[in-house]
Ligand binder design. Sequence first.
Ligand code: PEP
Ligand code: MN
Length: 355
Amino acid sequence: MGVSTTGTVLYPRTMVVVMAPGATEEEIAHVTRRVEETGGQAFVSRGVTRTIIGLVGDLESFHGLNLRSMAGVQDVYRISDPYKLVSLQHHPERSTVHVGPAGRQVPIGPETFTFIAGPCAVESAQQTLEAAEMAKAAGATLLRGGAFKPRTSPYAFQGLGLKGLEILSDVREVTGLPIVTEVVDARDVPVVAEHADMLQIGTRNAGNFGLLQAVGECGKPVLLKRGMTSTIEEWLMAAEYVAQRGNLDVVLCERGIRTFEPSTRNTLDISAVPVVQATSHLPIIVDPSHAGGRRDLVVPLARAAIAVGADGVIVDVHPDPEHALCDGPQALFGADLRALAQAVRQLPPMVGRRV
Ligand code: PEP
Ligand code: MN
């Protein structure tokens, strides 16, 4: 059993037994006695017309009691999150995920603030190296870059595929920055895992359960973006798919959701950060580039992410946004990137994080 920061006791697994109106004292006592015999606790709460009994302890043994068939019992409810492995109840300490080869691992978790940057797409060796050098000079410790691009249009640039992965591996050797890159097809998981330090699941695949299971078995950390129409619970269930296959190294990424507001590409749900932190132990970062879709919004949204308690940000940078093959309008360069570098250096220590 854990205790949350507000002092509330977190019951890892709870059940509530609702007694029928008119249940006798003997029937109530029978339920509590049977629960206590399993080592659990029963809290009886008497209302005007009916009595409710809260059970705390091992849910599996309560199931064995067959409570629903006992005399005087009307209903039995299970009160626990639909996800388990990613739940804070399962794991009351916040997790840190380590990305990269032994010796140069980058932590993403509650103590630090992690800055991830790179091009939206790997377009060429030259462009990727230049973007990686810009990212590194700005203070980024992980490099992002898409080799397999999930594009809305089949006519848009789809990424360089395997060639893109090779470019990323080469750029990691030159810059020392571990890489995070997207996988869009379960069949590509092994080859992406061979090259990348962290596998990204994009918003369009946040409900692709076969792909989630495949990255759950890949042996590398996973960056799981929120589906653009996913509720927070659906997003955590997606993370549960990964965890359930044995991979608990999952970092969540809020990247904006679809709303009726057209002035931004997506609406950054900044409240998702503390909401997730109240229910899951997984680290959570913010992508202000894909949320706003506009260069001028990246720095203000990144500042908001730091202030709200995110564990990091991931942003698009490009040496020549005007000629970018993907998402040029949101890519940072020049003065905007310098402003972001300053924000990620100065603000996290003000909220108790190491940079
Ligand atoms: C990306 O990060 O390159 C990307 C495609 O993001 P999203 O899945 O959030 O749209
Ligand atoms: Mn993009």
